[in-house]
Design a protein around this ligand. Structure first.
Ligand code: NAI
Ligand code: MG
Length: 794
């Protein structure tokens, strides 16, 4: 037999990793695990346990404590009492602890890798080479943020006690992504791991305590959805960070609405994998393997939607199928396999039924002829070819080893198909033409774009979604800010009384004689009559009628949103162009400064001098954002690979803005200008009691070259208009200042398209204090960061 023939016929023998140490650890606990609270294992207060399984065999692996509200309460109390000391320890003290955790993971890498493979069903090769080292890297990177905190993050405080809920697909890695940044900057944590895969979190908590982590800093409560919900509902939790399904993400947004808890959501995806005709085909085929068959496809950012350019579609399909044939499915501990087991029977069932749906809707199915193990939850690598863009499998997240494929002709069509999803987590672009790839990347609605690569991650590079893939980032500087509160905001005072008392509306032109003409609405660059033809009186503090403004309604908001939507060119305008217009607005406001001051004084009853000061501050603020427009820039990251990552600040899109009554002109400018500077278009509801400064501002907008539709202003009952904006699925983000009630409404009703919300919960912002109301403190919320990975060479 020749060597070549020998190679052809050579079988991979099983190469199992020894699992003795992991199983021995389970035995030391008698295969029964309690919660980890205040530095010790603590039995569940209701005494209940549930079984956790080994997906590769279906056998019970251990029993886990069933967390109740009482257990959550105990864990939150432990975290609360540990927090002040942990914060006082200072950056360097915490850096030492995080470094110790990184070292601990490295020392026990093999134990963690084997335990994770047994518990989750994922290949040991992946836990050993990715999950564990990347987890250690997260602790090391964040030890660095702790060390630099007093210098680099000086104007911020920790949020407090953080509730973190994680999924089962990367149990230890998700733990690391969640707790490393939280702990680094002085928060304490209650972690609820997924019910299928809690063991590595319990091992971690045990070993972390042995490594000196103070009791109560990290608490782990096990259990299912109800346990997670109890954590979300606990009043002693200051923030929830969640990774999991979009469905549960929505529930959590609703449950936390109006509570003042901050929230980050990392949800599902249907991420495109785009292959252009000039791609390195074999490289792209390997990329597909990594995109969809890594971790059995149970990856939130899996490249699950293959888009191939027509000219190479047939070649690509053949080579991909040939490659699929060589994939091996088997025991997670066998180092010679490519795919392990799916996490649970319910997931297997979900995958099966979605694939059937795909076939019924016309897709051609290819499955690798690999032999599946007899027991356990296995599913073969699967390709659904010729999938229609509106087919169920092209839209739903399958969360399994199933690739759906379709073809495209032109780059524009590729972008359209790629963005034809409610999600926006990741995308992968394959082309040897760098100009083409870098032209496509900014057009994709996704938080991460990989050029000629896929599934690359690093602790120093932010990760997170656009649209219904959630909000907030994990990793990097932006991830750190999710666990901090600006100093200037932590001292804000609650408004004494809900100030905006509604004025009875009346039919324009009747009842009251017009003292001033009725100010219209400002939509699409034009002053327009309100749809309902109602007006509301605007009065001075001593009840003199100063004028009337239009009473906006649902139809007006719809028109304003449509106008903002079609002003998309603003988002593509150069930063220089936007800067120039912001400066020009300042110039034109300045030219009419006295008139605005008189108006403010009449509406609010303040002195002329104070009113002039407000106008001057407004002019200065416009200048500030003219300055920031081309200076609040992205970053170039250097993760551990040959290549760069471009972190780009992109506009969010159409943003609704509700303004408070205090400083009616300055607050409006302070909220609108950062959004404009970053390329967003806005629909503004001005101060309800003092709207005339906003309606006077129409003429300033008209004379300053602001393109039609970029700024739209709808006057009326603020809280009602906020409700309409929150429910509108074409509004991408919502900023609500001035009302506790409207803040709650905004959060609660924003779940349709999972808007990003920035609300003041009724706390008063000092608009004259730049540290509270100007610059990065708001600019950060005016952008979403897209990370574009560009590896070099091959
Ligand atoms: P899930 O969203 O229900 O579970 C994620 C975590 O949330 C778990 O720890 C779970 O116990 C907890 N949880 C469940 N209900 C909760 C509630 N009402 N309040 C608070 N916490 C709650 O996801 P599941 O059911 O395990 O998987 C279903 C589908 O979700 C998958 O097929 C996949 O499409 C998607 N998914 C996406 C993930 C991602 O990384 N984006 C991760 C896991 C699932
Ligand atoms: Mg569930």
């Amino acid at each position: 037999m020749s060597v070549a023939q020998y190679y052809e016929t050579m079988e991979y023998g099983p190469a199992p990793e020894a699992d003795g140490e992991a199983r021995a650890w389970l035995k030391t606990h008698g295969a029964v695990f309690e919660h980890f609270i205040g530095g010790v294992f603590a039995a569940p207060q209701q005494g209940e346990h549930f079984a956790t399984f080994e997906p590769a065999t279906g056998k019970t692996l251990a029993r886990l404590a069933q967390g109740s509200a009482a257990d959550i309460n105990a864990a939150v109390a432990a975290a609360r009492s540990a927090q002040p000391l942990w914060q006082r320890l200072g950056g360097h003290g915490r850096a030492r602890h995080l470094y110790a955790l990184a070292r601990m993971l490295q020392r026990h890498a093999r134990l963690f890798a084997v335990l994770e493979a047994i518990d989750n069903g994922k290949p040991l090769r992946e836990t050993r080479d990715l999950d564990i080292p990347l987890s250690a890297r997260h602790f090391l990177h964040h030890a660095g943020w702790a060390q630099l905190q007093e210098r680099e993050l000086a104007d911020h405080l920790p949020v407090g006690v953080i509730g973190q809920i994680i999924p089962w697909n990367f149990p230890l890695l998700m733990l690391a992504w969640k707790i490393a940044p939280a702990l680094a900057v002085g928060n304490t944590v209650v972690l609820k791991p997924a019910e299928y895969t809690s063991l590595s979190a319990l091992l971690f908590a045990e070993l972390a305590t042995q490594a000196g982590l103070p009791p109560g800093v990290l608490n782990v409560v096990t259990g299912g959805g109800a346990t997670g919900a109890a954590l979300v509902d606990h009043p002693g939790v200051d923030k929830i960070a969640f990774t999991g399904s979009t469905e549960v993400g929505r529930l959590i947004r609703q449950a936390t609405a109006g509570t003042g808890k901050s929230l980050t959501l990392e949800l599902g995806g249907k991420s495109p994998f785009i292959v252009f005709e000039d791609a390195d085909i074999d490289g792209a085929v390997e990329g597909v393997v990594d995109a969809i068959w890594f971790n059995q496809g149970q990856v939130c950012c899996a490249g699950s939607k293959l888009l191939v350019q027509e000219g190479i579609a047939e070649t690509f399909r053949r080579r991909l199928i040939r490659r699929m044939e060589r994939l091996r499915v088997g025991s997670p501990l066998d180092k010679a396999i490519d795919m392990g087991a799916v996490v649970a029977p319910v997931q297997l069932e979900r995958i099966r039924s979605l694939v059937e749906a795909g076939v019924n809707e016309g897709a051609q199915r290819y499955q690798a002829a690999t032999v599946l193990p007899q027991e356990g939850y296995f599913y073969p690598p699967t390709l659904l070819w010729n999938v229609h863009p509106s087919s169920t499998v092209a839209i739903e997240e399958i969360f399994g080893p199933v690739l759906v494929a379709m073809t495209f002709r032109t780059p524009d069509e590729a972008v359209m198909l790629a963005n034809n999803t409610r999600y926006g987590l990741a995308a992968s672009v394959w082309s040897e033409t760098i100009g083409l790839a870098l032209d496509i990347a900014p057009q994709l609605l996704a938080g991460v774009v990989w050029i000629n690569a896929t599934n690359l991650f690093d602790a120093g590079v932010g990760f997170g979604g656009y649209r219904e893939s959630g909000f907030g980032r994990e990793g990097g500087r932006e991830g750190i800010y999710e666990y901090l509160t600006p100093n200037a905001w932590s001292t804000r005072k609650q408004r004494e009384k809900p100030e905006a008392t509604s004025v009875a509306q009346h039919n324009a032109g009747f009842e009251l004689p017009p003292i001033d003409r009725t100010a219209k609405l400002f939509i699409g660059g034009k002053q327009v009559r309100p749809d309902g033809n109602y007006a509301r009186a605007v009065r001075s503090p001593d009840s003199m009628q100063l004028g009337e403004v239009g009473e906006g309604n649902r139809k007006d908001i719809r028109n304003a949103v449509a106008a903002a939507r079609s002003a998309a060119a603003w988002s593509r305008a150069t930063a220089h162009n936007r800067a120039q217009i912001l400066f020009y607005l300042a110039e034109n406001l300045s030219a009419r400064g006295d008139e605005f001051a008189l108006r403010i004084a009449a509406m609010t009853g303040t002195t002329i001098a104070n009113a002039k000061a407000e106008v001057d501050a407004s002019i200065a603020r416009l200048f500030s954002y003219g300055a920031w427009a081309d200076k609040y820039e992205g970053a170039v990251h250097a993760p551990p690979l040959r290549g760069v990552v471009l972190a780009m600040n992109e506009p969010i899109g159409v943003v609704g803005v509700a303004c408070p009554d205090e400083a009616p002109l300055l607050a409006l400018i302070s909220l609108v200008a950062p959004l404009l500077a970053m390329g967003n278009r806005v629909v503004v509801v001005p101060s309800e009691s003092h709207p005339l400064a906003a309606t006077d501002f129409y003429q300033v907008l008209e004379t300053s070259d602001v393109p039609p539709g970029v700024v739209n202003i709808v006057t009326g009952r603020r809280d009602g208009l906020v409700e309409i904006l929150a429910e509108h699925d074409d509004v991408d983000a919502l900023w609500v200042f001035g009302s506790k009630q409207a803040s709650a409404t905004a959060e609660r009703l924003s779940t349709g398209n999972l808007k990003r919300t920035l609300v003041d919960h009724g706390f008063m912002t000092d608009w004259y204090d730049g540290s509270a109301s100007e610059g990065p403190i708001l600019l950060r919320h005016a952008v979403q960061i897209k990370n574009i990975w560009i590896p070099y060479g091959d």
